[in-house]
Design a binder for this molecule. Structure first.
Ligand SMILES: Cc1ncc(COP(=O)(O)O)c(C=O)c1O
Length: 401
């Protein structure tokens, strides 16, 4: 396999190139509207939202406005929205919170799909070490969890099922409403990680029939380090942290007011732009995909071609190591990512592609392109135009070496 990556990473060239950012599933730039509102809050609305006086109440009002914007995006009541430090905390709070609340009832079984984010998978591993039984569900070849697989896994003592709405690597959307119905029929609580879907496609927590839903601001042009967990009214879960009574006793600690306000603005803007942006982005994504598949032999798309978020495509390149292609593209000014992580100098296969049953090589030769607000047709055409040369060069290294 061609490798210019050496020990996974090499020193980068700093020569001036046109930069094209196609890694929006990793994070998005802050939108101007978010930045302006956050700047105003940071400089003027510095009060502690728990304080009774004017300064505190101004900060509290700013947070309330944000809570309403998030609730509107998710189709829920503002009182059910809890602000957190991001998607990772929301996932932890949901899973640990329910597992520990239900522990005395004897429900000690947890279920998740095998393509969850580490925030879910490692939380389950931690609980497994403390005695919980865990089941990871298989997927079909397009990356979808079959409802029958969940049905077979559910047991009388299943406490919680956690299945992501959209996958971060391949963008595939799961049939959450059906999966949640099956779980709830067996008395299990259902959590969905909507970090990669909220703001990209309509997400209505009530229509999905879930009990808990995680989201994160930095995937929708908001700031890093802030997110939300929607908790269906009446659902009991133990909080992760002990401390003050903030967030109705569900998340202790003085709030990140500016971050929360940034999340609110981002949620509001995402909702307003969603219909147009999803049409624009899926057209750009399809143009990129058709361009690569048409001009670079030995390529294939991973994941479901229709059931996926509009901004994401994941493409395998035969006889290429993904990390090498990522670095070659970066030197060309194009930022993408791979699902295969570099660990101790070796390339770990993507756990998502592996769970889909792809061959060992294909789990290590795939690149994720995730598009966003600033991308243009001209940028996509540029990426398509440089791709054959870069891939040919990497493949020729394989032949030589
Ligand atoms: C599906 C999914 N869940 C959770 C997270 C974690 O979110 P955060 O970075 O806000 O902790 C991510 C981030 O990449 C994600 O893609």
């Amino acid at each position: 396999m061609a490798s210019i990556a050496g020990n996974c990473r090499v020193l980068r060239s700093n020569r001036a190139v046109q930069r094209i950012y196609l890694d929006h599933n990793a994070t998005t730039p802050l939108s101007r509207a978010v930045l302006e509102r956050m700047t105003a809050v940071l400089s003027e609305e510095f009060g502690n939202p728990s304080s009774v006086h004017h300064f505190g109440q101004r900060a509290k009002a700013a947070m309330d406005e944000s809570r309403s914007a998030v609730a509107t995006l998710l189709g829920v009541d503002p009182s059910e929205v809890v602000f957190t430090s991001g998607g990772t905390e929301s996932d932890n709070a949901a899973i640990r919170g329910v597992a520990e609340a239900l522990e005395p009832t004897g429900r000690r079984h947890l279920v998740a799909s095998s393509i969850e984010h580490e925030a879910v998978l490692n939380t389950l591993k931690g609980l497994a070490r403390r005695g919980w039984r865990t089941t990871l569900l298989p997927l079909d070849a397009s990356g979808i969890v079959a409802p029958d697989a969940l049905k077979a896994a559910l047991a009388d003592d299943t406490a919680l099922v956690s299945i992501m709405h959209a996958n971060n690597e391949i963008g595939t959307i799961q049939p959450i409403a059906e999966l949640a119905r099956l779980a709830r029929e067996r008395g299990a609580v259902f959590h969905t990680d909507a970090v990669q879907s909220a703001g990209k496609i309509p997400v209505n927590a009530r229509a999905l029939g879930v009990d808990l839903l995680s989201m994160s601001a930095h995937k929708l042009y908001g700031p890093k380090g802030v997110g939300a967990l929607w908790i269906r009214r009446g659902l009991r879960l133990l909080p992760l942290m002990s401390g003050g009574k903030q967030e109705r006793n569900r998340r202790a600690g003085t709030e990140n007011v500016a971050g929360v306000v940034g999340l609110g603005v981002a949620a509001h803007v995402a909702r307003e732009k969603m219909a147009d942006e999803s049409v624009r982005l899926s057209a750009l994504r399809d143009r990129l995909e058709a361009g690569i598949l048409g001009h670079v032999p030995g390529t294939a798309v991973n994941g479901d071609p229709t059931q996926r978020v509009p901004n994401t495509t994941n493409i395998s390149f035969d006889r290429i190591e993904a990390e090498s292609l990522l670095i070659a593209l970066d030197l060309e000014g194009v930022a993408v990512s791979t699902g295969s992580a570099c660990s101790s100098g070796t390339l770990e296969p993507s756990h998502v592609l592996k769970a889909m049953g792809l061959s060992a090589h294909r789990t290590q030769n795939s690149i994720r392109f995730s598009l966003g607000a600033a991308n243009t047709e001209a940028e996509i055409d540029h990426v398509v135009s440089v791709m054959p040369r870069i891939v040919d060069k990497l493949r020729s290294l394989t032949r030589v070496g």
